[in-house]
Design a protein. Structure first.
Lengths: 103, 103
DNA sequence: ATAACGTACAACCTGATGGTTGTAGATGAA
DNA sequence: TTCATCTACAACCATCAGGTTGTACGTTAT
């Protein structure tokens, strides 16, 4: 899933497919690459569960799945929390006199 | 940066280097790959700004940078927020009668 | 019915990635 | 000093990722 997010084109596709009203062709417009390339990117997003396709006549409308995005975000939350749970607090105090309020 | 996170070994290294007291050699122990391979992974994490190395005698202690992890997390926050800001709310209501409280 | 459109998929090429081994420079220990 | 350890880096290899073109098939429009 992080792999799916590790490509700028795919992240852009993910943003643009937020409201699920764009077909693969419409999404493909505006990129400096072939339709097939964009289609592959969508397939990667789909395999990662970040996006679903809903057939609508002859076109497939692409919609981002916020639950999956939330899962990824939460995974990073864990990483961050794991850090803070250990020497994090101490190191924070040492490096910044005001404390660790960066959120 | 997402690319750096897109590898299980690197995510594990990131977790294990939370408290910054392990050298590259110590980190390399316990993986079924060569020291050089692990060193490359650490280099990738370092280039992505996810980790810093502090020299301590002849060894380099690796420490995860929570600020960078927080940056990635916030990037996903944006994605999620972008989704909810559009038809998100409507779709939420349609798909789950109780509303969208998934956190 | 026929043409045009939207999609899927296979084959192929190129560059990046993840792994290996080998070599070399610093530093700590004997 | 000499030896062992930790690290860095280069060269090499196999596989994968991202891109291309071409073909095929279902659906809508004429």
């Amino acid at each position: 899933m992080f792999h799916a997010l590790a490509d700028a084109t795919r992240r852009d596709l993910l943003r643009r497919s937020a409201d699920g009203e764009l077909s693969v062709s419409r999404l493909a417009d505006g990129y400096a690459m072939s339709f097939a390339a964009v289609q592959k990117h969508v397939a990667v997003l789909e395999r990662a569960g970040l996006v679903t396709k809903e057939r609508h006549g002859r076109e497939r409308l692409v919609r981002a799945d916020p639950v999956a995005v939330g899962r990824a975000r939460r995974a990073l939350d864990e990483l961050e929390a794991a850090w803070r749970g250990r020497v994090g607090r101490m190191a924070d105090l040492l490096s910044s006199p005001t404390g660790g309020e960066d959120r």
